[in-house]
Design a protein around this ligand. Structure first.
Ligand code: GLU
Length: 907
């Protein structure tokens, strides 16, 4: 770089000392446009032109302007470079038109758009600005925006923004005029209206003020976005807005990327030398570069077009004879200037303008795209990407961070040495801030404030107040995010979730209750057991009655019984069932398949139930239980001898104070009236440990104290659900970076790790270990359902088999006795469903004689009975357990058989 400057210095000495011998270029500028005059002098020298510069006052009257133009015409200039603007430019234009002198305009805000033939406009035409702005607004998807323009200047550059809407892009645009020297009033008004997107059409010289005022009124924050029309925006120092979070987009005409652009270096060097300034090429105002380009356009033209300077007298209405051909050539000739290709249309407006679109980001000014051939070509997305956000607004900043000395969030370090500054503290939040600072590159200074902040009678206090008054940047502790606090300050994304719980000391253990053996099964299991036994009893009777084989000869010595008996009476069935439950058995033994099946399933069921009961019973009889004096807040509220309280200044007590719930409200009144509130958690925990005192505390803190005070426990459910966040002032520019960093720490498990360290390890953590939940689990329906289902299924199958058996028997009888199936079925069912009388007469054929022999009677009743009788007669038993029922032998079986047989029907 030094070498370049050295070479430039040498060559510039040469250029400036040389006397130009080319034609003269005229220049008209305002008196105070010193830099423009120098730029013309320097550029003219570089292209070997002589110059004649005229000045006009700011309020240049038509007469003054005309006089200057005529003076230049009389001096024989070959063209006029006009750095004025507005009315003055209009007048110069009119005269140049008449004198046929090329008029090159280098004023940013020339409202001259009358397409006069002798004029060349070096700035992009209003049409180009309009197009580029429209493109940007749509790309940014601004649906509402405000156009800020300066009083006295037209809206030509932005006029299309007011009429670009269509059905696919509905939007609302408002306009505000910046007037006088103080733009703050307009900006504050825009702020109060909630405007955040702005298109600012403000000339170069007012830019600095506009930016300053916007910053002063807090309009350079995260939520604000600006597009500046002036191509001079990036000649200003924009680094002060890098970290504020504001989004600023603007244009730049000069081609800076081309570091080999020696002409630019050369021009900058000479300009600096003449003015005594030390500007970098990018700090040169666009108008100065355009003066250079204008001179170059002249130089390129006179190389091709032969012109002769001529003195022209205005009063004679003369015209310069070479003027028209020179201007025509200048328009059509293509020249590479400092502001890229210079080419004009027939009416002297620059066509094919190319310029850069830049954004101010935390990483500095960045070119995000190029406007080229009437199109916006983006190199990267408009929104700052991840790489840029990493460069945070917090880098190298020192933040004042408020902490509290509340365990485990912050402690004063125990040390025999005298500690200073941040070293004095340790704790969860201290470590958390350290992790954040590692990610975001800020340093910090702690200040302790144990009042977290609330609004009392409209006045804020504590941490919240300090943040609001900008006395601190961040507040980090167990700071609960509440609606009240949110109205005054902002919170980061939450880093912990919690709720209000009740801390109470563990009551002494009580021996098991007298009837604890009943507690093994839940009540519903007991109910179902009784019900199922009744239902099963009914089923057994029914199945027994319709099962053919269950009707047995009650008196085995009589070969041809008049009646058959059934063992499934109500008493027998219940006895069989209870006998199985008690694991004792009974003498009742089913004979037919279906009752056997049902009995087997019942035995299986009882086996499962008894095994489960016995397995669990021991624990119920031996474990001593905590009998809590209350289980819920309601019970605590109703309790006579237990007092309760919370931290006196904090979100917990505020929860009770603001609650709509009558109980909570009453509790609040009681806590205040009896002075049960405590100054901090430590005192609350001490009271809970030593007195009949329940302490309302946040669940995260309860977790912490439970780890260290083994006789404390949390009772009941949480009363609410909320979170902790890092507090900062409203609309803090740091919020988004802190949020991002916190999310990263959460996702990486770092916050959980820190929590584990400070809750379970450091400062006496892990003392109580994991408390074993000794409470025995009662067996409920959901545990035992399987056994019930097996039993149900078995019963159904048994029922099904017995029905088939019955139908088969009915069928056989109907065939044998020549009756209908239906008749037999109805008779059978009638008998079975009576559920009484376990004696059944042996049925005889309709036409059978009552005096027929025993043999024939027995035959008629079916093979089974006969077989059984035979076997008894022969001394063998086919049944293992035969029961002789007393009721069946009440009467002589013979006489009964005869009596029933006489009726020839079922009794
Ligand atoms: N975290 C509470 C707050 O932010 C303090 C503790 C409490 O009220 O239990 O105010």
């Amino acid at each position: 770089m030094l070498v370049v400057w050295f070479v430039l210095a040498l060559s510039s000495q040469h250029v400036l000392s040389q006397e130009a011998d080319g034609p003269t270029l005229g220049g008209i500028f305002y008196e105070d446009s010193q830099d423009m005059k120098v730029a013309l002098e320097v550029s003219a020298k570089l292209f070997n032109f002589k110059t004649s510069v005229k000045e006009i006052s700011k309020r240049g009257e038509i007469l003054e302007v005309s006089q200057r133009v005529c003076e230049l015409a009389e001096e024989g200039v070959i063209g006029i470079i006009d750095g004025t603007g507005g009315r003055a430019t209009e007048n110069i234009q009119a005269l140049c038109d008449m004198l046929e002198l090329p008029h090159v305009i280098v004023s940013e805000h020339n409202d001259l758009y009358n397409r006069n033939w002798s004029a060349l406009n070096m700035y992009p035409s209003p049409a180009v600005y309009n197009q580029a702005l429209q493109n940007l607004v749509i790309l940014k998807d601004w649906r509402t925006f405000t156009i800020l323009y300066l009083r006295g200047y037209s809206l030509l550059h932005v006029s299309d923004l007011l009429q670009m809407g269509n059905k696919t892009y509905p939007y609302i645009a408002t306009i505000r005029e910046l007037s006088g020297n103080d733009y703050r009033e307009v900006l504050i008004d825009a702020k109060h209206n909630g405007y955040t997107n702005f298109v600012v059409d403000c000339p170069s010289r007012n830019l600095e003020e506009m930016l300053l005022h916007a910053q002063q009124v807090g309009m350079m924050a995260d939520e604000h976005s600006y597009i500046f029309v002036s191509p001079d925006l990036f000649t200003l120092d924009m680094s002060r807005f890098r970290y504020g979070g504001v989004n600023i987009t603007g244009f730049r005409l000069v081609k800076l990327e081309d570091r080999e652009n020696v002409r630019l270096w050369n021009f900058t060097f000479l300009f600096n030398q003449e003015t005594g300034k030390v500007l970098e090429p990018e700090e040169l105002k666009t108008s100065l570069l355009l003066i250079y380009d204008a001179v170059e356009v002249f130089a390129a033209a006179i190389k091709k077009v032969n012109v002769e300077a001529q003195r022209i007298i205005c009063n004679n209405y003369d015209a310069w004879i070479y003027g028209s051909s020179l201007i025509n050539f200048m328009k059509t000739n293509k020249v590479e200037g400092l502001t890229r290709t210079l080419i004009f249309d027939g009416v002297g407006q620059r066509t094919d303008v190319t310029f850069d679109v830049l954004e101010v980001t935390s990483a500095g000014n960045q070119t995000i795209g190029t406007w080229k051939k009437s199109e916006l070509i983006l190199d990267r997305p408009l929104v700052a990407d991840a790489e840029i956000t990493q460069e945070s607004a917090l880098r190298n900043k020192t933040l004042k961070v408020l902490i509290s000395t509340t365990a485990p969030y912050g402690y004063l370090k125990d040390s025999h040495e005298k500690l200073e500054g941040n070293d004095r503290y340790e704790g969860f939040t201290i470590d958390l801030i350290e992790r954040l600072s590692d990610l975001l590159g800020f340093s910090y200074e702690f200040a302790v404030e144990n009042n977290y902040g609330s609004k009392k009678k409209g006045v804020w206090n504590g941490m919240a107040l300090q943040l609001m008054e900008d006395k601190a940047d961040l507040a980090i502790c167990d700071l609960t995010m509440t609606a009240e606090r949110q109205s005054g300050i902002d919170f980061s994304t939450p880093f912990m979730t919690l709720g209000i719980g009740i801390l109470y000391k563990e009551p002494s253990k009580q021996p098991p209750e007298m009837f604890s053996f009943m507690a093994v099964f839940s009540k519903e299991v007991w109910y179902y057991m009784v019900l199922i036994q009744l239902a099963l009893g009914g089923t057994m009777i029914f199945v027994g009655r319709i099962s053919h084989k269950e009707w047995q000869n009650p008196v085995p010595c009589i070969e041809s019984p008049e009646e058959l008996s059934n063992q499934f009476s109500f008493a027998n069935s219940v006895w069989l069932i209870i006998g199985s439950v008690m694991q004792q058995g009974s003498e009742i033994a089913p004979i037919a398949l279906a009752p056997r099946m049902i009995t087997s399933v019942w035995w299986f069921f009882t086996m499962v139930m008894v095994a489960s009961y016995v397995g669990t019973l021991v624990a119920f009889l031996t474990v001593e239980k905590n009998i809590l004096p209350f289980n819920t807040v309601q019970e605590l509220y109703n309790h006579k001898s237990i007092s309760y309280g919370a931290k006196e200044q904090g979100s917990t007590i505020k929860f009770f104070q603001d609650s709509e719930n009558r109980i909570y409200k009453d509790m609040y009144d009681k806590m205040v009236a009896h002075n049960w509130l405590v100054k901090d958690n430590d005192i609350g925990v001490q009271k809970a440990e030593n007195y009949q005192y329940a302490f309302f505390m946040e669940s995260t803190s309860i977790e912490y104290y439970k780890e260290r005070h083994c006789d404390l426990l949390q009772i009941g459910m949480l009363l609410d659900s909320k979170s902790y966040g890092i507090g900062m002032k409203k609309k803090s520019p740091y919020k988004r970076y802190i949020d991002d960093a916190l999310l990263k720490l959460k996702e990486s498990g770092e916050i959980d790790k820190l929590k584990n360290i400070w809750w379970k390890e450091k400062r006496g953590g892990g003392k109580c270990g994991e408390k074993r939940d000794e409470e025995q689990k009662q067996l409920g329906m959901k545990n035992m359902l399987g056994a019930f289902v097996v039993l149900g299924a078995g019963c159904l199958i048994g029922l099904f088999i017995s029905i088939i058996d019955m139908l088969w028997g009915v069928f056989k009888r109907s065939v044998k006795y020549g009756t209908t199936f239906k008749y037999e079925l109805i008779e059978e069912l009638k008998f079975a469903l009576k559920f009484s009388g376990n004696i059944k007469p042996v049925k005889r054929p309709q036409k059978a004689n009552i005096d027929s022999s025993f043999e024939s009677l027995a035959k008629a009743e079916g093979k089974d009975e006969i077989r059984s009788l035979h076997s008894i007669h022969s001394g063998k038993s086919i049944d293992t357990h035969r029961t002789h029922h007393s009721h069946s032998s009440r009467h002589s079986s013979r006489s009964l058989s005869v009596a029933f047989a006489k009726r020839r029907s079922y009794s």
